[in-house]
Design a protein around this ligand. Sequence first.
Ligand SMILES: [Zn+2]
Length: 324
Amino acid sequence: MSREDLFKKICNLAGPAITVAKADDGWPGTANVKLTDGSIVRVAIHASLVGSHARKAYELRFQNPGSRKPVEAPAGALPILLGYWEKDNQAIFVATQGASRLGREARFSILFRDSVVKEALANGWAIYTSSNQEQIFAFQPSLLPTYVELLYRGIDSTVISSTSGEIATAAIAAGLLEDETEGGKERARRAVSQVIRNSAFGQAVVTAYQKKCALCGLGAGMVQGAHIYPASAPGSLDKVWNGIALCCNHHTAFDAFKIWIDPNSYAVKFHPDLVALAKSDPIVQRFLDTTFKAMTMPSDAAAKPRAAMLEGRYKYYEERYEWV
Ligand SMILES: [Zn+2]
């Protein structure tokens, strides 16, 4: 099969969310990808077959063409290296971003373990980090838009790694592996897209707070972005000003309604149960002692939590905040 035909086959298998813009010779071919929120993203797919590697039985690889044609990114297109794997009528795509190889003409091989393909067959989605820290994704063809969304939203690699299990879980829960219809595939993509948007939100919030907990200053990669007005509530927005960066402990306490933040002064108040418990439990007392009297603000004023978000939260969970 020519590389051009392979490119067309890939776009066709990925479903109606992808339309071919210009197939060229498939290295790259350009296509438009419609995300679940309606945005259109142009991608430059560098198509290649996944082959086995002679040296190690468990290793697979894909290579660029020997014609010394470089990896390219036509104006406005995201470059993607996409390997096609097939066995017993089951296809899996193996993808990695092409940006780090732009302009590279020399022959290269991307090696990965066949276990990642097996995992994608079983779970719909899998990720493999190579020895040089490159992230290689394997997934069911209908999840190509999901992969494009990850790249498009610029989610960083550590967040992607920690999100990967959630993506597979959401895809399976939405019936990706059982429902072969286009409707079923679209439902799975929507479920997964929500996971990705949550990650993008968390990343933006954590970055706004210099990756430190707003209630105790802990950093060290142990900080998460929490929604103030909850994501599950009607009209909730994934905006930084509806978020707060919290360490796992403060996140848990916040989600359990044990911490109240004043919408005007941003002073912190603890649930009376927690205060009572601290009297007999020095570890709880230490938790209260290491919590700031008022939350710290992000350096960018535009990212500061809006009073309306805190007020909205307290109204939405009115009975849980009766202690205030
Ligand atoms: Zn904290």
